[in-house]
Ligand binder design. Structure first.
Ligand code: ATP
Ligand code: MG
Length: 363
């Protein structure tokens, strides 16, 4: 069998800095961990524009379609602020998402014990938290027609349309059930079937898909009640699946259960490929952070945890994903902190590469 393939797109700003630490982990796997990846590295964002005049070259796009997974750092920066909209760095990322048809956005909220004090909630509510929000990403109210601001009588009216087809609900539900199978076998679907037609259809289709996953315990919750439960007792959840709008709100709220932007990974999944695994793009939630770029201050953990997600969801290496996460847990428990994680007085921050080295040592 051939090695698992990975396309690495470090991008701009702190992207290359945090990705360099992931490369150390990949090298460790090749040398000592018994796992060799076929890695290709390429350009996306401003650096691709500098070289090719576009934020994502066609050859890079084609490569992204072939590999088992894409791992991206971050794109953009002040240098590119005045570029034409069509070649802005962010357009490179949007092209990847669109052409790979990544319809399921995965945002885990995972609380490392050593950082539980960072949460906006009480420690016992979040310690040990490990949940996953699956947000539908390519349809719903952000895309439905009609949309626009129209004249109506003697005033204007702003219109958006929430619209979901059965197949759009079916595919994101399936992605969520597949994830639940690899995790705690518990899925909660959130909509507002009490007041929205799309919510009624959502609940019906998710229930139907659930018949194919009898091992997964499926529940349904109105999204407003779900928001309340998410901050009241988040550990009751394992996987949550919801639409584009509710997912936007719920995943940002869930992120704040755990603290710093420098800790948050994400993934976007598409349709299953020939090998049965979904097309996938993994990236930290944070951006290119121009204010700290080039200073060795960036926290590489969000990018490292994004790679751990790739291990679990694209490479079927759940035990290795656990190993990487445990290594992160260990260095945090040992007291290592990048500058963004500093609270206590007197603790000296470590650099990006010191943090990466410590994670490798913990592996
Ligand atoms: P984008 O539009 O690309 O999302 P943004 O300006 O919204 O960018 P970020 O680039 O994520 O947001 O930066 C927001 C703040 O968080 C900045 O002050 C940045 O320095 C900080 N930050 C982001 N990522 C990290 C990280 N990995 N480590 C440390 N600090 C970070
Ligand atoms: Mg941002």
């Amino acid at each position: 069998m051939s090695n698992p393939s990975l396309l690495i797109l470090p991008g701009d700003g702190i992207g290359p800095e945090v990705m360099a630490e992931v490369r150390k982990i990949i090298d460790w796997y090749g040398a000592k961990g018994g796992l060799t990846f076929d890695v290709t590295e390429d350009l996306v964002g401003g650096c691709a524009y500098d070289k090719h005049g576009v934020p994502l070259a066609d050859a890079t796009m084609a490569k992204a379609q072939e590999v088992d997974a894409v791992l991206l750092g971050a794109v953009g920066g002040p240098k590119y602020d005045n570029l034409d909209f069509s070649v802005k760095p962010e357009r490179g990322l949007l092209r990847l998402r669109k052409e790979m048809d990544l319809f399921a956005n995965l945002r885990p909220a995972q609380c490392f014990d050593a950082l539980a004090d960072f949460s906006s909630l009480k420690k016992d509510i979040v310690a040990g938290l490990d949940i996953m929000i699956v947000r539908e990403l390519t349809s719903g109210i952000y895309f439905g027609e009609p949309r626009g601001i129209f004249e109506e009588g003697n005033e204007r009216v702003g219109i958006n349309t929430q619209r979901y087809t059965e197949s759009e609900i079916d595919r994101v539900a399936r992605a969520a059930f597949e994830l639940a199978m690899k995790r705690g076998k518990k899925l909660c679907s959130m909509e507002k079937a009490n007041v929205m037609e799309s919510g009624i259809l959502w609940r019906e289709v998710v229930t139907k898909v659930g018949e194919d996953y009898p091992e997964v315990a499926l529940s349904h919750m109105y999204a407003d009640a779900g928001a309340m439960q998410l901050v009241r007792a988040p550990k009751q959840f394992d996987v949550i699946v919801t639409d584009n709008l509710f997912g936007d709100l719920l995943s940002d709220a869930a992120a704040m259960l755990t603290g710093s932007l420098g800790m948050l990974p994400s993934a976007s999944l598409g349709a299953p490929m020939a090998n049965g695994r979904p097309k996938a793009l993994y990236e930290p939630v944070h951006g290119s952070a121009p204010d700290i770029a080039g200073q060795g201050k960036a926290n590489p953990i969000a990018c490292i945890l994004s790679f751990a997600m790739a291990l679990r969801y694209s490479f079927d290496q759940g035990a290795e994903a656990d190993r990487v996460e445990a290594a992160v847990e260990k260095v945090l428990a040992d007291g290592l902190r990048t500058a963004d994680l500093l609270g206590e007085e007197g603790v000296q921050p470590v650099s990006t590469s010191q943090m990466g080295d410590a994670v490798v040592a913990a592996l």
